[in-house]
Design a protein around this ligand. Sequence first.
Ligand SMILES: [Zn+2]
Length: 95
Amino acid sequence: MRYRPAKQYGDKMDPKILADGLRQRLRKKGLVPEILKKISDPEIIESYVTCSHCGALFAGHKEINDAIAESNSVEEFLEIIFNEPKRHRHDPAML
Ligand SMILES: [Zn+2]
């Protein structure tokens, strides 16, 4: 099942604002704006929390929605997702 931002979120950050912020980051990394426009908000958010190594999500859908609700900015969102102590890790031998 694809990730979908919850309809209800805190009064802090709208998933749309997060998705646009992530698009800006990807544009700075060299992704073409025309391609970025075609990627939906949930897809952008999901791609940011997907391990490029194995394709697993760093956080579950509920955690993603909670992180969106708790954060005031894109940076805060990424901090919550990636600073989670039990976050997704690989055996060093696999890297
Ligand atoms: Zn992985």
